[in-house]
Write a protein that binds this ligand. Sequence first.
Ligand code: SAM
Length: 251
Amino acid sequence: MGVKVQWLQPRKSHPQAFQRHTHQPVEQMNSDPVAGGLADYYRQRAGEYDAVYRKPERQHDLARLKKLLPAMTAGRRVLEIAAGTGFWTQVIATSAASITATDLNAETLAVAAARDYGQAPVELMTADAYRLDAIPGNFDLVFCGFWWSHIRRADIARFLAGVCERVGAGTGLLLLDNQYVAGSSHPITRVSQDGDSYQDRRLLDGRQYEVLKNFPDRAQLARDLEGWVTAFSYAQLEFYWLVSAVLAGPA
Ligand SMILES: C[S@@+](CC[C@H](N)C(=O)[O-])C[C@H]1O[C@@H](n2cnc3c(N)ncnc32)[C@H](O)[C@@H]1O
């Protein structure tokens, strides 16, 4: 089976997207230590990221998700936001009509580019989750794997507004993320006044980062998405949660 990965050039009329492609720092990131630190952490972690999917205690849930997700993405034209190393891109490529997998970091997408996606047309593109307008294509499903937990509570409306503006009302939304499980999750080291929680993460070479990581429960997710979506549905596994909904437009 041929791999059909294409690297897309963001439209040059969007200077910031073009800058990302040439590895220039994004202005917004520079002035925002939380978002900039998060992006840098994942850039540096790209080569070791997939170890998180080898945690023994999570294998049962991961096997369930590998069956659930393809059924939910079958025949859909998927815009994947913060796709990282393409672990879930590969899973949904078994059923999706097409996938445009985006991430801020070219380093994580370089790992994604080495995967085999079978016959599914998969395009990889650097893009900021808060600036989706430069991404070409038509989509009927937006998928975010382990990205929602990295959105500051104060940025949720901005993120959803950008998604709605790019793909329009009636588009499906699929969010997959972590439950907090003591002993398996990194401990929460602090909670900000806004209610954002943070963890200390260490790379294999010892470098330490403070990383924003929120763990909303079902009620919180329903409140956060209220007015933005219809057909909200929530599934809880031991280590993960999954939300499926349909975008309705600005709250
Ligand atoms: C927890 S990883 C999830 C990766 C992948 N979706 C998965 O589930 O394996 C978070 C990803 O967000 C990306 N990221 C960080 N800031 C971003 C931003 N502003 N826009 C888009 N992606 C961003 C990181 O590069 C990283 O790949």
